[in-house]
Design a protein around this ligand. Sequence first.
Ligand code: CAA
Length: 691
Amino acid sequence: MQVVSFSKLGQIGLITIDNPPVNALSQAVRAGLKEAVTQGIADSDVKAMVVICAGRTFAAGADIREFETGMKEPFLPPVLSLIENSDKPVIAALHGTALGGGMELALGCHFRVAVGKAKIGLPEVKLGILPGAGGTQRLPRLIGAEAALKMIAEGNPISASQAKTWGAVDEIIEGDLKEGAIAFAEKVLAEKRPLRRASQLTAKVDDPDLFERYTSSIAVKQRGFLAPFNCIKAVRAATELPFEQGVERERALFLELVNSPQSKAQRHVFFSEREVTKIPGLPGDTPIRDIQSIGVIGAGAMGVGIALCCANVGIPVVLLEMNQENLDRGLAVIRKTYAGSVGKGRLKQEDMDRRLALITPTLSYGDLSNADLVIEAVFEDLAVKKEVFSQLDTVCKPGAILATNTSYLNLNEIAAFTRRPQDVVGMHFFSPANVMKLLENVRGDKTAPDVLATAQAIGKKLGKLPVMVGVCPGFVGNRMFMPRLRESFFLLEEGASPQQIDQAMFDFGFPMGPLATADMAGLDIAWRHRKVNYEQLTPREQACNLLDKICELGRYGQKTGAGIYRYDERRNAAPDPLIEDLIVKHSAERGVTRRNISDQEILERCLYVMINEGAKILEEGVAARPLDIDMIWVFGYGFPVYRGGPMFYADQLGLATVYEALLRYQEQLGAEFWKPAPLLEKLAKEGKGFY
Ligand code: CAA
């Protein structure tokens, strides 16, 4: 297939890129562009050229897969130089998303026109790299260093009108883009407009402290990432060096990143995020049930969050509670949340009113009779779930999907409370449900294929990243969270402090450590879980009863102002001598001699125990692929994006390294906690990875 074509419309040469789905600038496209531009330059009948793309978008960047296989010539920068050095005007005609190398192509042209809806940006930083085809040098010269810096280091696209204001776009085209772009080219020729070569402009910096100020402003948000800081260096070079030298600097900074583990991890996340929503073995054309209205049961924090998600995307919700007081409280939270967004200027008052009008409160199950999907978010107790699902079985219409938000209970048992287990599915939202992106959908043994497909589709519609998992206690996320918490308590008992454990995990890249997370989630939840499962615990787990001791003091974490840490009214954590004392006494009572524990041991014990559990999860088929586990941990539990998720990270370490450490800890701490999963052992011995 020819991915770039050249045609003539009078004196205008039209270069069309047609490389679906997103016109990525693959080797074939670069070669085609080079040939077409050369042809246009050589053809004396051609006086100007327009570069345009077929399909849904202007080029959305380099072909990211080529970073893995290695780029082949021609490279993009010389093709862009060819365009820029042409004496005939070249105009880029933008629609859809002109991103990355696509935007760099546009910057290499002398003029840019765009449809009003086009978006333009340099999102490379989100892949752990920087624009490597002159973008960091041309954009600051075109729109000034400050605006370019923000675009390049943060990676968010801007609208066509914003680009016009800043000078990155010359004209917004109303109506047909091709006609508009050709008319613009004719105008350039008629007016004999001088060619505007971005490389020959000067990058303006108004504020001499711009780069220092900006670097410190992103220090917290971009902690741990390499790429944003290299982006800053590259833009700075545009303000200090001639173009050619700036491009060399950009190249060096780009190469530093493109082969880094960080960028590999971020590219892995890019593709996995798209792959994960597809269920292996389920045909892509599986029919989807029509969801026009949703019922939510329970107006606690979870139910409220789910109701907000539905109303946010325009789906009517019936919110059911058992008593008026709880219902009123839930509705008040909903109103407060929206009012907060209005106050911050993120939501218009009329949108708040529209969303509120979509939520119908009720105390009667009968009002769920028309719902296409009901999501239950009531107390985590099988007897309570039985009551709810028996009622739903009676009142819901045939074909309605009955979903549970349970985070631990057995979905198959819940489904068996109904006469329609094929319609029952798990939809495990993460708190706060209106904010967290992850949605763990759970397939029961009898869940129908179209229910699975619908759960994924509605998850996406609600703005979530839906990942399908199988039934087991805690599913994927919480099942891996629990052994990490167990190790954290063991480490406390053996000599570590809460701050040391949390700091080690924070430095690894988590937004907070496991103990601070437990405080945030509520220690009472883990405590309750511990009590319910007490008989199944190993003797050491039973004896390591720090959680009991802390909770017995009424310290349930952030919500009670104290847990493992103490909290002020703004929920800032501080170490508590009382807890430190309690831990030291606990070790003494248990006859454990406290020792110095290295950060490396903390990291290994907290992370490898998860990786080992992940391997068991894969073996059992609870997660279909390692990428499902990785996306759950990146999008639901704050695993650093630049490490790609626990399974990808394990591969980067090398499974042999992980396996050897597991054997060491098995020796030190016992096989009941550290026996390597057979899959991990097998892969390590074969020198393979999870991927
Ligand atoms: N390279 C390879 N494949 C790409 C791609 C790219 N740049 N961009 C998208 N795709 C693939 C996706 O993986 C997806 O494949 P599957 O259908 O097999 O899953 C398909 O194209 C469609 O993509 P989306 O599902 O994401 O479609 P969308 O309409 O929701 O979004 C988009 C379209 C906004 C362009 C989005 O795909 C996107 O953000 N793409 C990446 C843009 C980007 O980061 N560009 C910079 C690349 S790096 C670069 O250009 C470096 C340089 O300096 C030269």
